[in-house]
Write a protein of this length. Structure first.
Length: 366
């Protein structure tokens, strides 16, 4: 009886996730950013197939390819998420070459001296996992080129990827210990379970970070850590951001991100993020979403346009995020809000949440 190894199903699942993402891909998405995550997802799928060949059919000839692919995955994951953290979507060629140097070294070592290859891969996965978690300390606003409508999901994907890389390093250590202590009796089980879990997790995380956000939990856990009040410079920046939103309605931009806001103001993204955090006690994405929600509330009250059309006109890309943010800001769903306006006196957004809005209906300034 012919049996298909479980890693083959993992590879198939990863390919399905990638195909699904491409079907729903926005034509205005940044090409290199998408391609970088695409290469990462394909690398996960290839590695899963190689694992299936090795442990499903006992084909030892794939071991060198497995080692090389593993040494590529960790730096590629780091570079993919780092591309969301700076003004340049495409890392400089020198940076890419530097991070792929260990993979080149592994490619040579598997031929002439394979003994240290396992240790090198463990170190790579652990180092890049720690690096991603270190970057994640700054919160969602770290991902300045990620679309604000999905930045929280990209941030969670980065955090999960860092943990998954550390988990892969730990599983490699367990395999080494099992080989030393019991001759590798438990190695196939450890590898099958560890790699299946890690590759599925990494594939889903990369797909979420690459494209449209998936459903997630409440935005309550996305609140930035409490910061001291704004100083004079930060208060001025916060007022400039407010003026930019009110004067240009920039919040309607479906692909708006922190980097774009900062460029319009001629300021570093970090300065804008800190000013919003300290002045309003929320992340930049939450701040912008309040403008979007209040604009949507106005359209729901005054027009007969569909909820989907209003959602898109207000700058939201997905219904899940729109409904969640509308509930957070207005205290009810978009449909409930529209019904309330039709069956009773007009209820302003200010009266629902006076602590977060001023007379313009925008988030309250400093």
């Amino acid at each position: 009886m012919f049996l298909v190894p479980l890693p083959f199903f993992v590879a198939f699942l990863i390919v399905i996730l990638l195909a699904k993402e491409y079907v729903g891909r926005d034509a205005e998405d940044e090409p290199f950013q998408g391609s970088l995550f695409t290469v990462l997802i394909i690398a996960y799928a290839i590695q899963s197939v190689l694992i299936g060949l090795r442990w499903g059919y006992g084909i030892l000839a794939v071991l060198p390819a497995m080692a090389i692919m593993a040494s590529v995955i960790a730096p590629l994951a780091f570079l993919s998420f780092r591309s969301l953290s700076g003004d340049r979507l495409r890392p400089p060629p020198r940076t890419i070459a530097l991070h792929l140097t260990p993979a080149a070294a592994v490619a040579g070592l598997v031929i002439v001296w394979p003994a240290p290859v396992g240790l090198i891969i463990v170190v790579l996965f652990a180092a890049y996992g720690i690096a991603l978690l270190w970057d994640a300390r700054s919160g969602p606003d770290r991902l300045v080129t990620s679309r604000l409508d999905g930045v929280l999901h990209s941030y969670r994907a980065m955090y999960v990827t860092g943990l998954a890389l550390l988990g892969s390093a730990a599983s490699d250590i367990l395999i080494g210990l099992d080989l030393d202590w019991s001759g590798g009796v438990h190695a196939p089980i450890i590898i099958a379970a560890g790699n299946m879990l890690a590759l599925v997790t990494l594939g889903v995380a990369a797909t979420v970070a690459r494209g449209s956000p998936a459903d997630a939990a409440s935005t309550a856990d996305s609140q930035p850590a409490p910061l001291p009040g704004p100083n004079d410079t930060e208060a001025v920046i916060a007022r400039r951001v407010e003026a930019l939103m009110l004067d240009t309605e920039l919040y309607k931009d479906l692909n708006l991100n922190l980097a774009k806001i900062a460029r319009r103001l001629g300021l570093p993204p970090r300065d804008v993020s800190i000013a919003i955090n300290r002045s309003h006690g929320m992340s930049v994405s939450q701040y912008v979403n309040e403008y979007r929600v209040r604009h949507a509330g106005k359209l729901l009250s005054e027009t007969r346009d569909s909820v989907t059309a209003i959602m898109l006109d207000s700058g939201f890309m997905t219904k899940s995020n729109f409904n969640r943010e509308f509930l957070r800001v207005m205290g009810m769903t978009p449909s409930a809000w529209r019904r309330a306006q039709r069956h009773g006196p007009m209820t302003s957004a200010n009266s629902l949440h006076p602590e977060t809005a001023n007379e313009t209906g925008a988030p309250k300034g400093p």
